[in-house]
Design a protein around this ligand. Structure first.
Ligand SMILES: Nc1ncnc2c1ncn2[C@@H]1O[C@H](COP(=O)(O)OP(=O)(O)OP(=O)(O)O)[C@@H](O)[C@H]1O
Ligand SMILES: [Mg+2]
Length: 252
């Protein structure tokens, strides 16, 4: 494994009763890159995030920064810097956007130990403020999430994950439900995070978005990895064209 690999899965497999939701999936995410994971509905994308972050039982191996984390519970993986967003929006609607970020950041910071206990409040405030600025959300920092547009709420979800100071950000369909304008804005914000040196795994079934913004892409179908490569390689991959793009190839 080279130093540039932040996340690597080896033969990750998840079974739900008789259903093989993920089968021998080996993927990686490189430092400072936006990696895409695409596949049709039910392909196993969320299951892969769940398996990487420890929320479902999986066989196979997960490595973060070269260290195996397969046996660690979710909170220990989070402390190592794995941060995810959820497909269903889970913001606290009755507290401000800023407070939403501080809650997430505090949870990770205070769990970090005594060192953070004394300077914790300041660290939390600074991280939250920084994440709000990076995602251009300062104007809505004191508003409640339920007062915001769907696009802004999605960005708050990303900002909240960012406030935890992740070394890998796993985003589960952040563009779902967004109109074209909001999707374009989100795409440019994600590229902005990459320019700042972040590493992101972007899960989506919107082929056009992923092909546009990602450096590398993994494609899964029925729980199996069917292709990995650059956007150009994925566009030209006959297995992907046949299995995933099909008649909807014009979407890409
Ligand atoms: N907790 C569970 N118990 C049983 N089956 C599950 C569970 N979670 C997911 N599945 C099944 O596993 C398969 C993969 O689901 P998953 O949610 O990972 O797909 P996905 O690619 O994220 O789809 P979508 O694009 O709709 O979000 C599906 O057939 C789904 O019904
Ligand atoms: Mg999903």
């Amino acid at each position: 494994m080279t130093e540039s690999v932040v996340l690597e899965t080896r033969e990750l497999t998840v079974q739900f009763g008789g259903l093989l939701a993920l089968c021998d999936v080996s993927i990686d995410c490189h430092r400072g890159q936006l990696t895409g994971l695409i596949g049709p509905n039910g392909a196993g994308k969320t299951t892969l995030i769940d398996a990487v972050t420890g929320f479902v039982r999986a066989t196979g191996q997960v490595f973060l920064e070269g260290e195996e984390i397969s046996a660690l519970p979710p909170h220990r993986r989070a402390h190592r810097g794995l941060t995810r967003t959820w497909q269903s929006m889970e913001l606290f609607d009755d507290i401000s956007v800023r407070a939403n970020l501080e809650v997430a950041s505090r949870r990770l910071t205070f769990a970090g130990g005594l060192r953070d206990f004394f300077g914790g409040r300041r660290v939390v405030d600074e991280r939250a403020r920084w994440a709000l600025e990076v995602l251009d959300l300062m104007d809505v920092a004191e508003r409640k999430p339920r007062e915001l547009s769907q696009g802004q709420r999605k960005l708050v979800g990303v900002a909240r994950a960012l406030a935890g100071g992740p070394n890998l950000l796993l985003l589960d369909e952040p563009a779902a439900g967004l109109d074209q304008t909001a999707t374009v804005r989100l795409a440019s914000q994600l590229r902005g995070l990459i320019d700042l040196g972040h590493t992101i795994l972007l899960v989506d079934h919107d082929m056009s978005l992923v092909l546009r913004v990602c450096e590398r892409i993994h494609v899964i179908e029925f729980g199996r990895l069917i292709a990995s490569g650059t956007p150009e390689e994925i566009r030209a991959d006959s297995v992907v064209i046949r299995a995933y793009l099909g008649s909807s190839g014009s979407r890409a």
